[in-house]
Write a protein that binds this ligand. Structure first.
Ligand code: ZN
Length: 905
């Protein structure tokens, strides 16, 4: 069994390392090249008769004529034909027939077209005879029409006076200047504006105006520009530009050169596609009708990009090119009218990935990876002609083959880690497609990102060098690396993952390690002289994820297994709740892998991780995954990253001089806070995912609150109170930066990771704590269980959380979530009390907007006893009457995570 597996893996490795074409004799290739050269020539000349002359006697001439009519088009100025793949042709003797997959590129002036053909060839003569191969059959598999090579029209220049251009929430004015155009057969699709220009960007949504204000100090952004580049669909040109504002002028060579410089730089940034070896020229796709792009070169802010793009759920953006910051992203008026206030990123996807089978060989010292991914997907769109997938730009694709359609043509969209795969014919909903993508390249491991609990603060150069000498290197490829071909948005799917690494390194990945792995691969003759020498050998790991994952990850480093245990999880009584999606585990295989110097630390880590996991399972009813591995890696900072099935946890070195004590995510009083936060992500963030970036607090805020709950469980109320105090401090301090609902965009414009952590992590957690105090523990935890059960392996939103909590709490929480998650402001409370006979009357008043907010006060009695009273403040003015249990000495306000300014009077 084990032997079979290894040889299957070896075979896969050979396919990976070899070229995708079978080896063949040199002379055979020469004959084939001669044939393809002729095909290229007859295609360029649109010479149908010439094509028919290449046919074998047995070929169907009618089919060939049809093919020539649709594929050999007149007017081509350049044709390139490239063989991509070949297989032996059935019914022929070995070496006497092949099925070829061919890409053909045809240029017609500034327009071009790419097609993939299947061509069957048979041997009809001897090598060197001049006519060795003839065409037996042919068919077009896919084509991409209407690709354009844009350039500015050098013979047209316009003088502009008060030229006005606009798109939703954007007004551009060129008071005085020149305009050049890029036109194609359908009309003008690009413009370069030179001169004295101004523009105003004034987003309609309040949340976006707040972000614009953070960027420029005002709610509308007004700036001057001296050059701009505009892209639109030719049919939109007349609507966007008033012709009378443009006057034809004689071309000034200096202006033209300037405009061409602007064009050259800006036009490559959008709509550009890479045709690989078919053409090195800069080709672009046409914007869709209604789309609008403006690259505005301002003096004050560098280049700002406004885009209206109908393919995006939030179709209006303003982007700071130089700093890579999104200033505004939101839905246009039409889009809002169409879909309502909330959206699920899955609503726009064309297909659903069912299963990934990824085989990857990693050579970390060269940062090289080679992969072969089989992706099984199901079409969700009513009708679909092309698949959009993501794969890092740095990875070269060797081939994309579908089980159903054979080899497929694709284009890479530049600078977007995106590829578009053409299907031979449109397919309908529920069609299943299995794609195999072979790829390789040099890929940097993942740097800390918005799902990594880490720091972006500037680090001293010396510290970096010191750390580099000391820390064991590790290489993480995860959700931001695009290291395997994947759906355009994260998509729950099961997976099998095989990772081959140098024998001196180890690997931890998403999925349960299968029995018999890792397995050492047999060495090649060259490097097996000394069987003990592992330096040239490789070993393979196989992981399987039978529960759905949002994305696949692996980390390679020098690991030692510190400990592994199987943990029985405490399972609470489950009420009559929703049926769970997927499998529910009541035990967990828990392992700790560490860098060699950390093994000692790893031994007790397994107990602590087990304690955390048991606590979470007792709250939520199960573990969503069957196994969990902590990979303890040396790093100069605390922090971690938690994909499904494992977490990489940074172990700061004793030599590290960096400190991040003054950070919202650092809790100095409780060392296991990071571990508890990262482990909570198995439930919140992995099993339960937000339906778009706005809902990130359902992952980070929940992980943070669960870590706080664990702190309370482990160390008691005093520590919990100090954690809650810190949550409150940061949330209050940074709240004006925007609502929790902005997700990663909080702090993004100014690169302040602390703002993001203060609000998405800490305010999110504090909001849960306030909800708990308003609802009471029993209903709150029942609501959490209900939400978790409903949400497992689904993409959900704050509205789903609200529904679950309302179902348990029995009252509307619409205003609660509206104020705390979707809005920025915090409440102001005024508290007073009076003794009325045997009672005390507690009085709270809200100044400004009315919130739902809990207020805890402590009654201090003369005999030193104290009693806490929680007042649900859900009206403008609230009185709570409490019967006194002694002589009242005073009443104190207890902050307890209440995000309000509270004054006593
Ligand atoms: Zn986190």
């Amino acid at each position: 069994m084990k032997g079979n597996r290894v040889s299957a893996v070896l075979l896969a490795a050979l396919i990976l390392l070899g070229v995708s074409r079978p080896l063949q004799a040199q002379d055979q290739d020469e004959g084939m090249r001669t044939l393809l050269d002729v095909v290229e020539r007859v295609a360029q000349a649109a010479d149908a008769a010439g094509y028919l002359a290449l046919l074998a006697d047995s070929a169907d001439r009618g089919r060939a004529r049809d093919f020539a009519a649709s594929e050999l088009l007149p007017g081509a100025t350049r044709v390139v034909v490239k063989e991509r793949d070949r297989l032996p042709l059935g019914g022929t003797l070995p070496g006497n027939g092949y099925r070829l997959w061919i890409d053909s590129f045809a240029e017609f002036g500034s327009r071009s077209r790419v097609a993939t053909w299947r061509v069957d060839v048979r041997r009809v003569g001897e090598p060197g005879s001049g006519r060795e191969w003839a065409i037996a059959d042919q068919e077009r598999i896919t084509s991409v029409e209407s690709i354009y090579r844009l350039s500015l029209n050098p013979s047209k220049q316009f003088t502009a006076r008060n030229l006005k251009l606009s798109s939703e929430d954007l007004d551009v004015t060129l008071a005085d200047g020149s305009v050049f155009v890029a036109d194609i057969d359908q009309g003008v699709t690009g413009l370069v504006l030179l001169g004295h220009g101004t523009f105003t960007f004034h987003p309609a949504p309040e949340m976006e105006r707040g972000q614009v204000k953070i960027f420029c100090g005002r709610e509308a952004l007004e700036a001057g520009f001296d050059a701009a580049y505009i892209r639109l669909h030719p049919s939109d040109f007349n609507g966007a530009v008033i012709a009378s504002q443009l006057q034809e002028a004689t071309v000034d060579p200096r202006d033209l050169r300037h405009a061409q410089d602007v064009f050259k730089e800006e036009s490559q940034k959008s709509f550009a596609i890479d045709l690989g070896d078919l053409s090195r020229d800069a080709w672009t796709l046409l914007p869709q009708s209604g789309d609008f792009l403006a690259e505005l070169r301002t003096r004050k802010y560098d280049t700002l990009t406004y885009a209206k793009s109908s393919t995006e759920a939030e179709d209006i953006t303003l982007f700071d090119r130089k700093r890579h910051h999104n200033i505004a992203i939101y839905a246009s008026k039409d889009r809002l009218a169409q879909r309502g206030r909330f959206y699920n990123e899955d609503d726009l996807v064309d297909y659903d990935v069912l299963h990934y089978d990824v085989d990857v060989a990693a050579t970390p010292d060269r940062l090289w990876i080679e992969g072969r991914a089989v992706v099984r997907l199901k079409v969700k769109a009513a009708i679909l002609g092309a698949l959009t997938m993501r794969l890092a730009d740095a990875l070269t694709i060797q081939s994309i083959v579908s089980y159903e359609y054979g080899r497929l043509f694709y284009v890479r969209v530049k600078n977007q880690n995106t590829l578009v795969i053409n299907l031979p014919a449109p397919v309908t909903r529920d069609t299943q497609i299995t794609l195999t993508v072979a790829y390789a390249g040099r890929l940097e491991p993942q740097t800390p990102d918005r799902e990594t609990l880490g720091l972006e603060q500037a680090r001293g150069e010396t510290d970096d060098i010191a750390a580099a000498f000391l820390a064991e290197p590790s290489y993480l490829y995860s959700n931001r690396s695009y290291w395997y071909p994947q759906a355009a948005v994260t998509d729950f799917a099961t997976a099998t993952l095989r990772v081959t690494v140098p024998a001196s390194l180890e690997c931890v990945a998403s999925g349960e390690l299968e029995p018999g792995f890792p397995a050492l691969l047999p060495g090649t003759a060259k490097n097996t002289k000394d069987p003990k020498d592992l330096s040239q050998r490789r070993k393979v790991y196989q992981f399987s994820a039978s529960q759905p994952l949002r994305y696949l990850s692996f980390i390679v480093s020098r690991f030692m297994r510190a400990e592994t245990v199987t943990l029985a999880l405490p399972v609470p009584e489950r009420g009559n709740q929703v049926v769970l999606n997927g499998i529910s585990y009541h035990s967990l295989n828990l392992s700790v892998e560490t860098n060699p110097r950390q093994v000692q630390r790893g031994h007790d880590l397994v107990d602590r991780a087990g304690d955390v996991a048991s606590f979470y399972a007792s709250l939520l009813g199960d573990s969503p995954y069957s196994s969990f591995t902590v990979a303890l890696i040396e790093n100069d900072l605390p922090g971690g990253h938690s994909p499904g099935y494992f977490a990489a946890l940074n172990q700061p070195l004793p030599s590290s001089t960096l400190s991040w004590r003054n950070d919202p995510a650092s809790f100095a009083g409780f060392n296991d806070f990071f571990l508890a936060h990262e482990l909570a992500h198995q439930w919140w963030g992995q099993a339960v995912a937000g339906r778009n970036y706005h809902e990130q607090w359902l992952s980070e805020g929940f992980a943070q609150y669960f870590a706080a709950l664990y702190a309370q469980h482990q160390r008691g109320d005093e520590l919990f109170a100090s954690v809650v105090k810190q949550l409150r401090h940061w949330a209050m301090d940074q709240s004006k930066q925007g609502p929790v609902y902005l997700g990663y965009r909080l702090g993004h414009i100014r690169n302040e990771g602390r703002v993001f952590r203060a609000l998405v992590y800490n305010k999110g957690a504090a909001v849960l704590h306030m909800l708990r105090r308003l609802m009471g523990d029993e209903k709150f935890f029942a609501g959490l269980r209900r939400f978790y059960a409903y949400s497992r392996f689904r993409k959900v939103g704050t509205e789903d959380l609200r529904a679950a909590m309302e179902a348990e709490g029995g009252r509307s929480l619409e205003r609660f979530f509206d104020q705390w998650i979707y809005r920025t402001q915090l409440p102001k409370l005024k508290f007073s009390y009076r003794v009325d006979g045997a009672d005390v009357v507690l009085h709270a008043e809200q100044i400004g907007d009315v919130f739902d907010v809990p207020l805890t006060v402590t009654l201090q009695y003369a005999d030193k006893r104290s009693v806490d009273v929680v007042m649900p403040v859900t009206e403008r003015s609230v009185d709570v009457r409490v019967t006194l249990a002694g002589t009242l000495r005073g009443v104190d306000i207890k902050e307890d995570g209440t995000l309000a300014e509270i004054s006593k009077g």
